[in-house]
Ligand binder design. Structure first.
Ligand code: ADP
Ligand code: MG
Length: 308
């Protein structure tokens, strides 16, 4: 099957928005929406770096999409469209494409989004997927990294480090862990759980926000730098799952806050909020991120995942 057959058979059914023209045109349209800003983000994932080539194609698709939805959630945007650029090793396998597009289709339904277009090419290298996701926020209300205010509390959604725990398991750690914990953590690695519905209302409460994808401390460091403030994180408040604690024991916190691939949202907002998130620290004068362990502030070097 050539790329035109692939597009017509596997991708056109996902192009549900009228502006996608069923993937039969050169480009797509997004109707202008007065009173809103279009928020755009792109992220690429590659076999061997962000997932394993032998991972189920449906979870590869969902990871590629969700790492982008995570950025939109952290910016307070409601996702609506995405573009899909695929570099596929030859030969294109139809069972793989069917499973890949099934994963996308499930997520489109869950998150209420449509495929808008893309590009399909063959590669001599590893499978690589680049997605550009788009969503809307009320005009001028995107939650930026730079809006943190002195005295704000720092909050984070979900739990931290689970994905890195899943990756550690896939690399051979934790032989004694129960099947249930193993499944939970590996699922978190393969299929991120960004707070998409929560992100919808983020601009109503947050002063600043950041996607937690390179490591909690590193990403809070980006927010602190952009806002010109310091952040203190209370070590005992960082939300860690029971499964991760069973895997890493006494090392859990240190490894979790430096590990990547969380795809949760960290944000600063007034004290005293409650919701599907945990208060982990506060904004103060100064710079960088300090971790408070047993009442003492420890300066953490900028850890986190770096490609180069
Ligand atoms: P071009 O010649 O400009 O590269 P194509 O023939 O590759 O255009 O694309 C034809 C149509 O199919 C376009 O609407 C394009 O957006 C869509 N398309 C191609 N590849 C993909 C893909 N992987 N996912 C979604 N849409 C795609
Ligand atoms: Mg093309």
């Amino acid at each position: 099957m050539d790329e035109f057959g692939i597009i017509a058979r596997y991708f056109a059914p996902l192009a549900t928005a009228p502006g996608a023209f069923g993937l039969t045109d050169d480009a797509a349209t997004i109707p202008a929406r007065p009173g809103f800003d279009l928020v755009v983000t792109t992220d690429q994932v590659a076999a061997g770096t962000d997932f394993f080539a032998e991972d189920p194609a449906s979870t590869v698709a969902q990871k590629a999409l969700r790492v982008n939805l995570s950025d939109l959630a952290a910016k307070g945007a409601r996702p609506e469209y995405y573009l899909l650029n695929l570099a596929l090793p030859r030969p294109a396998r139809e069972e793989w494409l069917a499973e890949f597009t099934r994963g996308l289709s499930e997520d489109q339904r869950q998150f209420g989004i449509s495929l808008l277009g893309g590009d399909t090419s063959a590669t001599e290298g590893p499978l690589s997927i680049s997605i550009t996701a788009m969503g809307f926020v009320p005009a001028g209300r995107m939650v930026t990294r730079s809006g943190a205010k002195l005295g704000d509390a720092v909050y984070v959604t979900g739990t931290i480090g689970d994905s890195a725990g899943g990756l550690a398991l896939l690399k051979g750690e934790g032989k004694g862990l129960s099947e249930m914990d193993r499944t939970y953590l590996v699922d978190r690695y393969r299929v991120p759980q960004p707070p998409v519905a929560f992100g919808n209302g983020l601009s109503d409460i947050a002063h600043a926000g950041v996607d937690v994808s390179d490591g909690l401390i590193a990403d809070l460091g980006h927010l602190a730098l952009a806002s010109g403030v310091g952040i203190v994180v209370d070590a005992e408040r960082v939300p860690l799952s029971p499964a991760l604690r069973r895997l890493w024991g006494a090392d859990t916190l240190a490894r979790a806050v430096a590990a990547g691939d969380d795809y949760q949202t960290a944000f600063t907002a007034p004290l005293g909020l409650s919701g599907p998130f945990t208060r982990i620290g506060r904004v103060q004068a100064g710079e960088g991120v300090n971790l408070r362990v047993n009442g003492e502030e420890v300066v953490v070097p900028q850890p986190g995942y770096r490609h180069f």
